[in-house]
Design a protein around this ligand. Structure first.
Ligand SMILES: Cc1cc2nc3c(=O)[nH]c(=O)nc-3n(C[C@H](O)[C@H](O)[C@H](O)COP(=O)(O)O)c2cc1C
Length: 316
């Protein structure tokens, strides 16, 4: 059988399938359920400096077949409570602790607390509003300078591997990728949700309590693949530093994983698909991936990685 294992900074995994942040990763119990599944690794719900409540509902709806809209409001127990969870629990799978803040100092505060509690690697969720007055409309991940400030501040504060999670809601994602990697990120995770809005025509107002929301699920997979390809191509050309990419967005089958890997991803994360398939999805997807690789003569993940980029080489 093909070898599905991958070894990346902070992530030595028996397969490339990880739990994406925000879906089932908010408590010790939920993380232990995922650890007991066939997932190769996990990302926690994003943890901030203080506890946060959920936005008023509805916070998550399936607007059309396989089209997921959410605006949860980054609900989380806060860094102090999560530090206790990390100190008390042993997880049998590699864990990226997802963190966020309103500015570089808040990211550092959260990273230090969780690093002291035993976090072995971090994912920096850069898709949250900038707390500085007058800049609320922009999120940190939409400004290369803010990305650089956050990543380099956390880099200076902790030794653990850092993955910068990028938003697709920018003009040229290679600019944000470059900022994160030059500031010391060990890898990139992409994409977070795509900016969206949906209206209930009977009510005459948006369907999500927060009005504005993010789109995820199979509808965004080709968008995510394009972003991964743009960054991987830029790395191949030496325009930005090379680093592992964790592909995220609409992954629901083993073939979807192969698509991301062929475009340059080293591993993937799975979120919305668990809404329909729960943690059994990891087993289902890994069996499909293994069968696909076996039938098509791929002995391991690296023999498949980036092969679809070859046809993009001539693009200018
Ligand atoms: C209900 C829900 C909550 C999410 N919460 C977070 C979060 O706390 N932090 C984060 O970085 N991404 C969060 N995301 C984004 C996912 O991690 C992922 O990037 C996105 O949903 C695309 O992947 P998917 O199509 O497999 O869901 C959330 C997504 C959903 C659907």
């Amino acid at each position: 059988m093909p070898d599905l294992s991958v070894g990346l900074p902070g992530l030595v995994m028996h397969n490339p399938l990880m739990l994406a942040s925000g879906v089932q990763g908010g408590s010790a119990r939920a993380l232990q359920r995922v650890a007991a599944s066939d997932a190769g690794g996990m990302v926690t719900k994003s943890i901030g400096p203080v506890p946060r409540e959920m936005y008023p509902g509805p916070v998550c709806v399936e607007a059309m077949d396989s089209v997921v809209l959410n605006a949860m409001g980054l609900p989380n127990p806060g860094a102090d409570v999560f530090a206790e969870i990390l100190s008390n629990e042993n997880f049998s799978k590699p864990l990226l602790v997802s963190i966020f803040g309103g500015c570089a100092e808040e990211y550092v505060e959260v990273a230090k607390k969780l690093d002291d509690a035993g976090a072995s690697a971090f994912e920096l969720n850069l898709s949250c509003p900038h707390s500085k007055p007058g800049s609320r409309a922009l999120i940190i991940g939409q400004q290369a300078k803010s990305i650089h400030d956050v990543v380099s501040a956390v880099r200076d504060a902790v030794d653990a591997p850092l993955y910068a999670k990028l938003t697709p809601n920018t003009t040229d994602i290679t600019i944000e990728a470059k900022a994160a990697l030059e500031a010391g990120a060990d890898g990139l995770s992409l994409i977070n949700t795509v900016s969206a809005i949906e209206v209930d025509p009977y009510a005459g107002r948006p369907v999500i309590g927060n009005l504005l929301c993010g789109l995820s699920g199979p509808a965004i997979r080709p968008i995510a693949q394009r972003k991964v390809a743009e960054i991987a191509l830029s790395m191949r050309r030496g325009e930005i530093p090379s680093a592992p990419i964790l592909g995220i967005g609409g992954i629901n089958t083993g073939l979807d994983v192969a698509r991301f890997v062929m475009l340059g991803a080293s591993a993937v994360q799975i979120g919305s698909a668990l809404i329909w398939g729960d943690v059994e999805k990891f087993k289902e997807i890994s069996v499909e991936l293994s069968e696909f690789m076996d039938l098509n003569g791929y002995r391991d993940i690296s023999s498949m990685q980036g092969i679809a980029l070859d046809s993009l080489e001539g693009l200018s």
